[in-house]
Design a binder for this molecule. Structure first.
Ligand SMILES: [Zn+2]
Length: 179
């Protein structure tokens, strides 16, 4: 891998990985005897989760930009006319790797008024939570109460999801399975 040939996105990811490694080594240097592993594994996990979140968000953004540039797909309206660019809107999606914030273009037909986010269709975004995040929520809620599920999801996966949201997701998914 030649560093000077990296794209802007690749460079940011590479720089973050190196910065993480440096701060991890610094934390190890500063740790008291007998605590290096304990200090390092905690920090490495926090850093790793953030880096996964960052790479995931960047990859999704690249996919969103690519589909938005394909005007035959993003601007085609079912009425036969062309949809117009109606600005960008951000959306926060809770994934199994934590929250990602995506900006997407809203395309709207000037004739029939039909509109939508082409990026959401391409990415498979249907709401606040990803399918995989909902799967983890249901798995937790099948074993524990909603408030214990909330604590364990944070402990095990670093996911901050409140007990009310866990109840709603697991009841909705349960109802869909029984339908
Ligand atoms: Zn139309």
């Amino acid at each position: 891998m030649e560093l000077e040939k990296l794209t802007a996105e690749e460079r940011l990811i590479a720089e973050q990985a190196v910065l993480n490694f440096r701060s991890l080594n610094k934390a190890c240097d500063d740790a008291k005897d007998g605590t290096v592993l304990a200090v390092a594994e905690k920090l490495a996990m926090i850093q790793g989760r953030k880096l996964i979140q960052q790479t995931l968000q960047t990859s999704l953004e690249l996919q969103a930009r690519a589909i938005e540039k394909k005007s035959k797909v993003s601007r085609a309206c079912s009425c036969g006319r062309t949809k117009a660019h109606h600005g960008r809107k951000p959306r926060v999606v809770m994934t199994s790797s934590g929250e990602v914030c995506l900006s997407r273009v809203y395309f709207r037909c000037v004739v029939c008024g039909d509109g939508g986010f082409a990026a959401d269709g391409r990415l498979g975004i249907h709401g606040r939570y990803s399918v995989e995040a909902e799967r983890l929520v249901c798995l937790a809620a099948a074993s524990w109460s909603y408030d214990v599920s909330s604590d364990r999801l944070e402990e095990f996966c670093g996911l901050e999801i409140g007990d009310t949201a866990i109840r709603k997701i697991s009841q909705r998914r349960g109802a869909a399975m029984n339908a």
